[in-house]
Design a binder for this molecule. Structure first.
Ligand SMILES: *[C@@H]1O[C@H](CO)[C@@H](O)[C@H](O)[C@H]1NC(C)=O
Ligand SMILES: *[C@@H]1O[C@H](CO)[C@@H](O)[C@H](O)[C@H]1NC(C)=O
Ligand SMILES: *[C@@H]1O[C@H](CO)[C@@H](O)[C@H](O)[C@H]1NC(C)=O
Ligand SMILES: *[C@@H]1O[C@H](CO)[C@@H](O)[C@H](O)[C@H]1NC(C)=O
Length: 355
């Protein structure tokens, strides 16, 4: 009965109460926090958010992390959409609790990227909160304090980002009960695939960290140098993970009996690599069953040879050209004192959209 009412997905968004009644049949995910407003999630509280049982417990024990969880989810979704803005699959989300829809469970490279970027977003947001002194359970990396190299004239100072707490939390919050991945033989399950990719996302935060320094001394002489470890801007993490996505590795799905014996050997997969089971659809045509929006109506670039080029983006179907009027400020002049006067300039430009 419950199942049926959730067959129509939007029923769950309309009736928030249903989220707590049937979180699983809607493929609900914590990632929904990234597409909903802070007010709504606060009102719902840990008990009514689309969380798994474990996550709900963790949320209840550490309610002070809810804003960071939400910030992390938002950061990750925005980065996913930025990295994929020119691709056929553009990381679009919906406001129902399945968020990414079919791509969240399809076992494709896109699923891999989603899990990696979401886990990384959580580490990033929690760590940021730690460094800002907003949490009592974590802070700056104290292990570095007082160290350094006096011979080379620098020492650790300021606040070094301490990613351990955020990494621990991201694991606890996202990974399910399967702890020891090396016990999975003959391929992965969707659960262990997701877990592997989430960990690869967390490793990305570690890998993209860098050391920043500042000079002190008479007129910038750099007699004393203070350095600290800092996480990369999340955009850099996004670029890193997009590269991993391009080079992701196909592994066998243990639940498929058909896979040949030879394929069942588990490849040695590096923990930094993203892995997937299933070839992606081409994302060209709308396919509601597989949650594919298709590229019809997408804006394309006639001269680009990249994925946003009309040929690739429109899958060879061709494109329509519209003339659009752009209005911009131009011929700006500074008028003493203190105004800037500009003219409005109009230009007519071609815009191309996929057929
Ligand atoms: C993705 O593309 C669809 C059309 O296929 C469009 O409606 C949507 O706004 C795009 N989403 C983003 C996040 O760019
Ligand atoms: C700091 O914590 C408070 C409550 O715990 C939260 O409302 C606020 O958004 C947090 N600020 C940041 C920058 O994380
Ligand atoms: C995982 O399981 C393997 C084989 O059973 C064992 O050798 C290894 O120590 C375990 N690792 C952890 C982290 O428990
Ligand atoms: C279209 O692609 C070309 C070549 O990559 C680029 O120079 C141009 O800025 C792009 N135009 C738009 C509107 O993005």
């Amino acid at each position: 009965m419950e199942r049926r009412s959730c067959g129509v997905r939007h029923v769950c968004t309309v009736t928030l109460l249903l989220i707590s009644v049937c979180p699983l049949c809607c493929r609900a995910s914590w990632m929904w926090l990234g597409v909903t407003s802070a007010g709504v999630s606060e009102q719902l509280g840990c008990a009514n958010l689309p969380l798994s049982h474990r996550q709900r417990e963790l949320c209840r024990k550490k309610p002070f992390l809810l804003p960071s969880i939400q910030n992390g989810a938002r950061l990750a979704i925005a980065e996913c959409q930025s990295q994929f803005r020119n691709e056929r699959w553009n990381c679009s989300t919906s406001e129902d609790p399945s968020v990414f829809g079919y791509q969240l469970t399809s076992g494709t490279k896109e699923t891999a990227f989603i899990y990696a970027v979401m886990a990384a977003g959580l580490v990033h947001a929690v760590t940021r909160s730690c460094s800002l002194g907003n949490l009592t359970e974590c802070g700056c990396d104290a292990r570095l304090q007082g160290g350094g190299s006096s011979a080379e004239g620098w020492h650790w100072g300021g606040c070094s980002d301490h990613i351990q707490y955020g990494t621990w939390f991201s694991r606890r919050f996202i990974d399910s009960a399967v702890k020891n991945m090396s016990t999975t033989r003959g391929g992965y399950t969707l659960l262990t695939m997701n877990q592997h990719n989430s960990e690869a996302g967390r490793q990305a935060i570690d890998r993209t960290m860098s050391t920043d320094c500042r000079c002190h001394g008479v007129s910038g002489s750099c007699a004393v140098k203070t350095c600290w470890r800092t996480m990369a801007a999340f955009e850099r993490v996004g670029v890193y993970l997009k590269e991993r996505y391009e080079h992701s590795v196909q592994v066998s799905d243990r639940s498929r009996r058909k896979t040949r014996k030879k394929d069942q050997r588990r490849l040695h997969v590096d923990k930094h690599q993203l892995i997937f089971f299933n070839k992606s659809p081409n994302y060209c045509l709308e396919d509601r069953r597989r949650g594919v929006a298709g590229t019809r109506g997408r804006r394309c670039n006639r001269t680009s040879t990249g994925p946003d080029g009309c040929n690739l983006l429109c899958c060879g179907r061709g494109y329509n050209t519209h003339v659009v009027r752009d209005v911009q400020h131009c011929e700006c002049k500074f008028v003493w004192c203190c105004f800037v006067h500009c003219r409005r300039c109009e230009s007519m430009n071609d815009m191309h959209t996929c057929k």
